[in-house]
Structure formats: structure tokens, C-alpha cells
Design a protein. Structure first.
Length: 349
């Protein structure tokens, strides 16, 4: 009799139980992906997962937390799930940069392979250092360059001031002869308008949504980086779930991550068409000059990244994770096929 009562009590408790989750999403400035994909996903997550979730969803810009402090916020219990902005958090966790070294990923097919291979490595590091589990990886798509004046190739940025989002890309543009400016995304439109920077790097969709295209004339779609982001949950919250609940939640994020990959790829193509005067729906149409990407620029980008960025990143990452470069070599080097370090690099332009 007591066993029946205990079973009934347990069933009733599970039916009445709610799981509160404070979710920190992307800032509204990133545009369509946050508005049309992320916000609806979290709004409907309880119903779609069948879990008793009570979700409070806040955009990063409405929460009063710098996006460079997301991992500490997870570790300290200030939030439960974050839409993790990789480039903004590489100063805290260097393995995030290893996923997206300049020139390493030319297209979405390679991006998916890199995410599948290196995502588990990043997840292990996040769990050990920040008590955070990676629920999914996705990409904003190729991080491309828009410039105020004409450009014909990568070396044309020599002598110009270029907005970048990562130290690795800053190091690379410095090697070409440009001056890097690591500016917040939301400050870049004004910087372009006032000619404080000459060129700027982000995804095509984000550039158009944020109005960078109002103050630029050249569009150079060389994939400088690939704009990885992810979703991470505090291990404290994750471990409070039953195995069945964990499986349901993970399946929801797996499906959403797959959808975001497809959405980003479709959005990138549509945005490039809108930016360069092609067929355009749902975005502002512009007439920026489309600059063809040359094989020599791809080779230059990869050589500089392999010879300059990868070694310095390895030192930074090995200070935190002694096996960092070994793990990168074992998982990503066979996939990305960077030019060998022994191959002579180009002379400084």
C-alpha cells in the first residue's frame, strides 16, 4: 500500500513540477535570425519538447550583461541557457577560436564538418572550466567584408582601417598592412558612416539588417571566418533533469541547430543577392559592387592564418588546456587541410 501511495505521489509531483529556465539570447541587432528563429524556438520549446519548462527569454541587449561574460554568467548561476557568441567569448575560452580560425572554412559543407569534429572537444572544455554543457552549434555563415571605397582583392585593404571581431583576424589584417579595429557590432554602422573605419567584417545578412550597406560601396564575399555560435546550459540545470528529460531537451536543440544551419545558408544567399542588386525579397536592396574572390586571395588568407594565427592561438589555448593543439591537430587538421607551415608565405604587401 505504501508503495502505491509513493508511486502516485511521484507521478503527481512530476505532473505539477515546473523547470524554470532563464535564457539569454542573441542581441536584437543580429536581425532576422534572432527575431524569426531564436525567439519563436524558445517561446514554443516547452510545448515542442513536452517538458514542463517555464522559460524567461531575454535578448542579450536587454539583460545588462556584456556578451563577453556569458560563460561566467553560466558558471555563476546568473543564467541557465545562453545563445553563446563565440567570437565575443574567445578571450575567456580560447578553444572557441580554434573552431573558426581565419580562412579555415570556405563554405557551409566544411562548416558542418568542422562543427561535428571539434564541437565535442569544445564541449568537454566548457564542462570542465565553466560547468556548462554545449547543446548545439550553428553558424551565421561566411564573415565577409564590406568597404566604403573600391577594392579588387584582399591586398587592397593595405593602409585601411578594418573592423574585425577576433584577435586572430586582427593579426591577419595587420600582416597584410591594414589597421584592425575590434569594435562591437552595434557600433560599426556609425563607424562606417563617420569614416572611422574603411571596411568591416560580418555576415551578409547582419550587415544588411544593421545598415552597414548604407555606408559602403564594395562587397567582397571571401569567407574570412564563419561566425560560429552555440547554445549552452549550466551543468547544474542539466544535471537536475532526469535522463529522459535530458534526451528530450537535447533532441529539441539538435533539431533547432539543424534548422539554423539551413536557415543561415539560405539567408546568406538571399542577402548577397539583395546587397549586390539581384532579386530581393524581405530585405533592403542595394547596388554594392560585387568583388570576385580569387584563388590567390584564398591561398594568401590560408597561408597567413596557418603561419601566424594558428601558432599564436595554440600558445594561448595550451596555457589553459595543455592538450589543446594536440586535439586540434587530431580532429581538424585532417579536415581543413591548411597549407603546411613549411610552405613559404607571401611577402608582406
Amino acid at each position: 500500500m505504501l508503495g502505491v501511495i509513493a508511486l502516485a505521489f511521484g507521478l503527481a509531483w512530476r505532473q505539477l513540477r515546473t523547470i524554470p529556465l532563464l535564457v539569454l539570447g542573441q542581441p536584437r541587432s543580429v536581425g532576422l535570425l534572432q527575431r524569426d528563429q531564436e525567439a519563436p524556438f524558445f517561446r514554443d520549446l516547452a510545448a515542442n519538447s513536452g517538458l514542463p519548462l517555464a522559460i524567461t527569454y531575454r535578448t542579450a541587449d536587454s539583460f545588462g550583461l556584456k556578451d563577453s561574460h556569458q560563460l561566467e554568467a553560466l558558471r555563476d548561476g546568473r543564467v541557465d541557457i545562453v545563445s553563446l557568441r563565440f567570437m565575443q567569448n574567445i578571450g575567456t575560452e580560447p578553444s572557441l577560436e580554434g573552431l573558426d580560425l581565419p580562412g579555415m572554412i570556405p563554405d557551409f559543407a566544411m562548416g558542418r564538418r568542422v562543427a561535428a569534429a571539434y564541437g565535442p572537444i569544445v564541449d568537454g572544455y566548457l564542462q570542465r572550466r565553466f560547468g556548462a554543457k554545449l547543446l548545439g552549434l550553428w553558424s551565421f555563415g561566411p564573415q565577409v567584408m564590406l568597404c566604403r571605397g573600391p577594392v579588387t582583392n584582399l591586398q587592397d585593404i593595405r593602409g585601411r582601417r578594418v573592423r574585425v571581431a577576433s584577435p586572430g583576424l586582427a593579426q591577419l589584417v595587420t600582416a597584410i598592412g591594414a589597421t584592425p579595429a575590434i569594435l562591437p557590432f552595434e557600433d560599426t554602422r556609425t563607424a562606417l558612416e563617420l569614416a572611422m573605419v574603411d571596411c568591416a567584417v560580418t555576415s551578409a545578412a547582419s550587415a544588411n539588417f544593421a545598415g552597414w550597406t548604407d555606408h559602403t560601396s564594395s562587397f567582397y564575399p571571401l569567407a574570412l571566418q564563419f561566425g560560429f555560435n552555440g547554445y549552452a546550459i549550466s551543468l547544474r540545470q542539466w544535471n537536475s533533469l532526469s535522463p529522459a528529460e535530458q534526451e528530450r531537451l537535447q533532441q529539441s536543440f539538435d533539431r533547432f541547430s539543424t534548422r539554423l544551419w539551413r536557415y543561415s545558408e539560405d539567408l546568406q544567399y538571399a542577402s548577397e543577392q539583395c546587397i549586390t542588386g539581384g532579386a530581393c525579397q524581405g530585405q533592403r536592396r542595394h547596388q554594392l559592387q560585387l568583388v570576385p574572390v580569387s584563388a590567390s586571395d584564398v591561398a594568401l588568407l590560408q597561408r597567413l592564418s596557418r603561419q601566424l594565427v594558428l601558432p599564436k592561438w595554440s600558445v594561448r589555448c595550451n596555457r589553459i588546456h595543455p592538450d589543446c593543439r594536440r586535439q586540434w591537430d587530431a580532429t581538424l587538421a585532417p579536415i581543413v587541410h591548411f597549407p603546411e607551415a613549411s610552405v613559404p608565405g607571401p611577402e608582406r604587401p
